[in-house]
Design a protein around this ligand. Structure first.
Ligand code: IMP
Ligand code: MG
Length: 174
């Protein structure tokens, strides 16, 4: 089956929005240091771009959780594949994700990380599919709300491919 990718959000639109999010975070946390926690692998492209747009001091850490096999549906099972290197105690944490879909991964992660005693913890996601939510998750910063379609690019994959696209697209099977 042949695949093609239809552009949903262009590189320019995504970059512009990330710049706005960086400005908002810099304003909201003025006088503080923000600790960005990237959820690998999907969040990494977004986090790098976002970090470059934040003008207050930034520190970063990375973790990896898996709720997906190679299918396009969340299993609901969250496994910590790689934990953070540093403690979160007394830090202003922002968890940076590529997409909130069912919300299962994030509700689990936010609870787990929140138990480590951060000064505050917020969630920043590039994409949100609100129609798909099955668990309540409070999203503090959202790049774009998108319809219920399977998207790739800017870190998001289909079977590990397409993460490197500089835009967000929808995979179509022709
Ligand atoms: P959730 O637990 O259902 O919210 O799923 C979160 C994870 O599923 C995300 O971090 C992505 O890795 C993956 N995911 C959800 N929707 C998509 C999509 O449209 N494209 C690619 N990955 C997705
Ligand atoms: Mg992810």
């Amino acid at each position: 089956m042949a695949e093609s990718v239809r552009v949903l959000l262009t590189e320019e639109e995504v970059d512009k929005r990330i710049k706005e999010l960086g400005e908002a975070i810099s304003r909201d946390y003025q006088g503080e240091t923000v600790h960005l926690v990237c959820v690998l692998k999907g969040g990494v492209f977004f986090m790098c771009e976002l970090a470059k747009r934040i003008t207050i001091p930034v520190t970063m850490d990375f973790m990896s959780a898996s709720s997906y096999g190679s299918s396009t549906k969340s299993s609901g099972v969250v496994k910590i594949v790689k934990d953070l290197d540093e403690p979160l105690k007394d830090r202003h944490v922002i968890v940076v994700e590529d997409i909130v879909d069912s919300g299962r991964t994030l509700s689990y992660l936010l609870k787990m990380l929140g138990d480590r005693g951060p000064a505050s913890i917020k969630l920043c996601t590039l994409l949100d599919k609100p129609e798909r939510r099955v668990t309540d998750v409070k999203v503090d910063y959202t790049g774009f709300e998108i319809p219920d379609e399977f998207v790739v690019g800017y870190g998001l994959d289909y079977d590990q491919r397409y993460r490197n696209l500089p835009y967000i697209g929808v995979v179509e099977f022709n």
